[in-house]
Design a binder for this molecule. Sequence first.
Ligand SMILES: [Fe+2]
Length: 295
Amino acid sequence: MQFTDEQLAQYEADGAVTIDSPFTEQELDRAEAAWDRLQQSGDAPYNDPDYVDVIQHPFFEEVARKVLRAEAVHLWWGLAPHARPPSDAPYGSVRDQWGAGCHTDIQATMEDFTASPRRMRAELWFWLNDVPVNRGAMRILPGSHRPIMEHWSRVLTPEQKKMLPRVHGLRPSNVSEKAPAYPEHVPDLQDTPWIEQEPTAAVARRGQILILCSAGMHSAWQNEDNVPRKGMGTAWVAEGVACGLPKNQREGLMDFFPRLGSKLRPERAHIVPSDFDWLFESDYEPKWPETFLPE
Ligand SMILES: [Fe+2]
């Protein structure tokens, strides 16, 4: 197993770690060619057998089981071919980009994160080409997931906590004026406001996997290179853990999961769940007043 206990400890402490995968150069060439084809055609990714072969590789499931401390896991989201194309100059400063882009995606409490199985979305970003710092490497604020989840542990009601983990994008309240704030926000919890902190670039080599806990602050970044950053974004959850998605995402998932499932080899078909009992709808309405606490 190329995912060590030390790397798991780093994921728990930082909310992010990059690990090696067992894919060979030949397999990566095949996967990258499929990614290129899908980017060109705009086809649904489950229609490309070479691309489906990546997601059904047992390694991702194995990694997700270890991240989530779970006997069994299944996909929580798909296999989107994720491009970060070259950006047009001039490029924003670190402060501009971080201030405009930093956000969290998953809302969960510290009890969710420390439970076994872990009630969290395991986000595995598989890189199909190198991710040097200037090629739109994602920026992450290591360790920010912990005070943010502790905050949700403190302020949310028991009823609300039953609706976690959920995908619920939140930004700091004082985002740059270039970015629209979400209807709710993550308050500043440390001496230095979130948007003034220094993020880390999640650099990687081709074939590596970024394991991300998006309950912490992170941001997309401009690509100052002349080739796109090529990624496959996948997300997993432990069997038996209920999770929330906004209505449109939930409907999208319920539409494409059976299609993806039908393309998998029989012995790999279990990575797509056979029902959606685990997936509830969770939107910005009704609002939770607890997420509007004064700074
Ligand atoms: Fe995000």
